[in-house]
Write a protein that binds this ligand. Structure first.
Ligand code: PEP
Ligand code: MG
Length: 581
């Protein structure tokens, strides 16, 4: 039946294609008595072999996409599937109980899991519990004759429709097979949205009902610029969508020519265009889109991806992979920013009445120092392999920055005493709390760099929750009050001789870019997919003209709409929806 869904426009572009509904199948089992033991043992062995060859295939994809380090988890899965002791336990259980293989497997996995769970002080063993459940799910699926949907096994381009997307779902995906995403849950800052923007594919999130309304193989059109999804489109709708896709592709080819160009405005002013990233998966996209730096790596996904706190060594491996793959580009890695709309279930944080004003980001790190210290050690160790810069999120007071910096200095000096190799690291802060924006001149005396987090700064300045659709009308990036805060931060940084970047969504927004250039922002960091079009836009702009535009906007506008009108008059070609023709 034809369905028209409305969700949140998460990543620009129109795409038409077939649905791949990615959801967990029902793997419930019933215990059966068996009469033919050999037959049952045979079933079990066949399922094991099928599972091993499937994991081998996933491992090959993951190695190709992400490198050998990230694919190690799949080697662990294969080793478990081939572990003679484990296999024998299941065989014995089948024989002892005279029951079907799936029931015997479930009993063995429960017993193994229970003994591993007792080793609470051994993180390695805790991790094996997750692996055990993963492999058991795979073998059970084969025994039940059910195909586990796995994005890593995609072999044709599809539109992925899913309830929500977590980083581990996408770890080994071959991006060329994903035409777009549609999810039930999520907002513009959720993992699926960030992933889609970094891969430069259209996405609509937060539709509530996509997985219920859309079925695998059904044809749909999604529009990531307006947030609409249409199933069973008419021939005319398909033709229009295909034309939009062809235009987009042609534009992409044009933009690709800018990949190795420096970012320079029409009047010859150099600007740094940097990428935001979430996981090591984003490395290819950062490189393909010609980023000159990484202005923000959000480390939350690394923690949200796991079922427990990642160890220092696990973090080190990922940070090292990122900084070395992107060297000599500077890479800003932000310490953990959980809380707000990004809770970490395994930390069991008490529910807060107002999480965006609660114990999130640096507040959480300072209150739970072992976690913070292990992240800092992993970062300091990774600094030997590239150009790493560390950034603290949600700093509100000077005292918070000083405390965080003192903990960093302490860990650094311990590692220096232990003769651990490390590089020079700049330590900076996000300016995303209005109090810090107002006092940016004082912060600028103590930090190495500042990066403006407009996603939060707008929300806090306008007192409008960034995830609440009912107050979305107040979430106004171009509001003169917001722009004055931004201007204040940039001027404070420059007066102290330090660079000022922006890593909120606004940095890649075509209406904001001319004003920000006029204000004098040094670095613009955005989803990798926006870099080339921003480079193109900047090449058409004269900073000297934009300085007077910024002046007028800052001093004589009172509403967001006035600002938009003024930018559109100054820079023809910028549309109402923020696109640039
Ligand atoms: C921001 O607040 O602008 C930002 C970049 O951080 P996040 O979206 O992760 O809160
Ligand atoms: Mg923020």
């Amino acid at each position: 039946m034809r369905a028209m869904l409305k969700g949140i426009a998460a990543s620009d572009g129109v795409v038409c294609g077939h649905v791949f509904r990615y959801s967990e199948p029902d793997l419930s089992i019933t215990k059966r008595s068996i009469t033919n033991l050999d037959h049952e043992l045979n079933r079990f062995h066949q399922a094991l072999e099928a599972a091993v060859s499937e994991v081998e295939m996933i491992k090959t994809r993951a190695t190709k996409n992400l490198g050998a380090d990230s694919a190690q988890v799949f080697s662990a899965h294969i080793a478990m599937l081939q572990d003679p002791e484990f296999i024998k336990s299941v065989e014995d259980e089948i024989a002892r109980q005279r029951c079907n293989a799936e029931a015997a497997l479930a009993t063995v996995v429960t017993d193994y899991g229970a003994s591993l769970a007792k080793l609470t002080d051994n993180p390695y063993m805790q991790e094996r519990i997750t692996d055990l459940h993963d492999i058991s799910k795979r073998v059970t699926a084969h025994l039940l004759g059910i195909k586990l949907p796995d994005l890593a096994l995609l072999d044709r381009p599809v539109i992925v429709v899913t309830h929500d997307l977590i980083p581990s779902d996408t770890v080994s995906v071959d991006a060329k097979y994903i035409l777009g995403f549609v999810t039930d849950l999520g907002g513009r800052t959720s993992h699926s949205s960030i992933l889609a923007r970094s891969l430069n594919i259209p996405a609509v999130v937060g539709t509530q009902t996509a997985t219920a309304d859309l079925a695998t193989d059904e044809m749909v059109i999604i529009d990531g610029t307006t947030g609409s999804v249409i199933s069973e489109p008419t021939a005319a709708e398909i033709a229009t969508a295909k034309q939009a896709m062809a235009d987009r592709q042609a534009n992409r080819v044009r933009l690709a020519k800018l990949r190795h160009h420096q970012t320079v405005t029409k009047d010859g002013i150099g600007v740094t265009l940097a990428a935001n990233m979430g996981t090591a998966n984003d490395i290819p996209s950062v490189l393909d889109n010609g980023a000159e730096a990484v202005g923000l790596m959000r480390t939350e996904f690394l923690y949200m991806d796991a079922e427990r706190v990642p160890t220092e060594d696990e973090q080190f491996a990922i940070y090292r992979q990122v900084v070395s793959a992107l060297a000599p580009r500077p890479v800003v890695i932000r310490t953990l920013d959980i809380g707000g709309d990004k809770p970490l279930p395994y930390l069991h944080q008490a529910p807060e009445a107002n999480p965006f004003m609660g114990e999130r980001a640096i507040r959480q790190s300072l209150a739970h120092q072992p976690l913070f210290r292990s992240q800092l050690r992993a970062l300091i160790r990774a600094s030997a392999y590239g150009h790493l810069r560390i950034m603290f999120p949600m700093i509100a007071t000077l005292d918070e920055f000083r405390q965080a910096k003192a903990i960093y200095d302490d860990e650094r000096s311990k590692l220096t005493t232990a003769q651990v190799p490390m590089g020079k690291i700049d330590v900076g802060m996000m300016v995303e709390v209005p109090a810090a924006a107002m006092l940016a001149d004082r912060f600028a005396q103590e930090v190495d760099f500042m990066s403006i987090g407009t996603n939060d700064l707008i929300g806090y300045a306008m007192a409008a929750d960034r995830t609440n659709q009912d107050v979305a009308y107040l979430y106004q990036p171009y509001h003169p009050a917001v722009l004055r805060l931004v201007d204040r931060i940039v001027r404070a940084g420059h007066a102290a001789g330090i660079p000022v970047a922006m890593c909120g969504e606004m940095a890649g927004d075509p209406i904001a870019v001319p004003i920000l250039l006029g204000i004098g922002l040094d670095e613009f960091s955005m989803g990798a997919g926006s870099i080339l079009k921003t480079r193109q836009l900047m090449g058409t702009l004269n900073v000297h003209e934009l300085q007077s535009l910024a002046d007028t906007v800052l001093n004589s506008t009172s509403t967001s709409q006035e600002v938009i009108t003024m930018v559109q008059a100054a820079v023809p070609g910028i549309n109402d929806d923020g696109t640039f023709a």
